[in-house]
Design a protein around this ligand. Sequence first.
Ligand code: AMP
Ligand code: ZN
Length: 272
Amino acid sequence: MDIEKQVKETIQKYNLIKKTDNVVVALSGGKDSTSILYILHKLGYKVQGLMIDLYLGNWSKIHNENMKQFCKGLGVPLTIVDLKKELGQGICFIKSVLKKQKNLTGCTVCGITKRWVLNKWAKKLGADKLVTGHNLDDEAQNVLMNFLKGNVLLGVNSSPATGGKEVKGFAQRVKPFFFTPESEILKYAKNKKFKILFDKCPCAFGTYRVETRDWMDSISEKEKKDIVTNFQKRVPSLRRDNQKKIMECTVCKEPSRSTICNACKIFVHIRR
Ligand code: AMP
Ligand code: ZN
């Protein structure tokens, strides 16, 4: 599969990015975000990297260093946000407090924290678009997890492009790999000999997401594509009937679907 061609087609079909856009790519240091930064740069988009130093020991140190080298090699600016400066704590502490006090699992806490920091910093950097490396497997997992939780409505905002200029306070998030299988991105990154770590996040174990990911290994790429594309057909009507109004979080002033945003509901426990 030619994933560069597929990215081009997804961008065109969903009108994801314009050539004049200031494109901020959220870089984890893994294969997906590194590859999408590389491809967008190759296609002539004006890109810059944005990375959160999560303080996951050596794993973070290596990822940070790899991304510094990678961006320097491409001549692309990189901003690294220090989570301890942002929130006073690294991600491990935040996760353990939330596990103990609220029984929230790691991936949920990490996801909410990352989304909040990335949105805030993308706006600071004047981003027209905030790109993430989410791929077809991630999206299929989301659809299935929401279904297994008995709440398909959690997927109401699932799309290659979420938020937008019309949604005040959100840097528009776009996912050019929405229809690209993880296995193809892995092949691409290995072929290109990117100097990155291919290990999975050391903290992601024993969570619902990881269990879903594991049993999803047994279904074919075609089935994953069917799950995602069929769900996409339902999204517009789900959205019409279930869209919640966006308001300003009364604590941090970031956009939120309730008076206090999900991030602040979490952060209150680590600030005590
Ligand atoms: P994950 O939640 O680890 O599967 O990552 C999904 C996407 O979120 C990645 O492809 C990146 O675009 C972004 N992301 C994950 N971790 C970070 C990080 N530490 N800093 C910036 N962006 C990240
Ligand atoms: Zn808030």
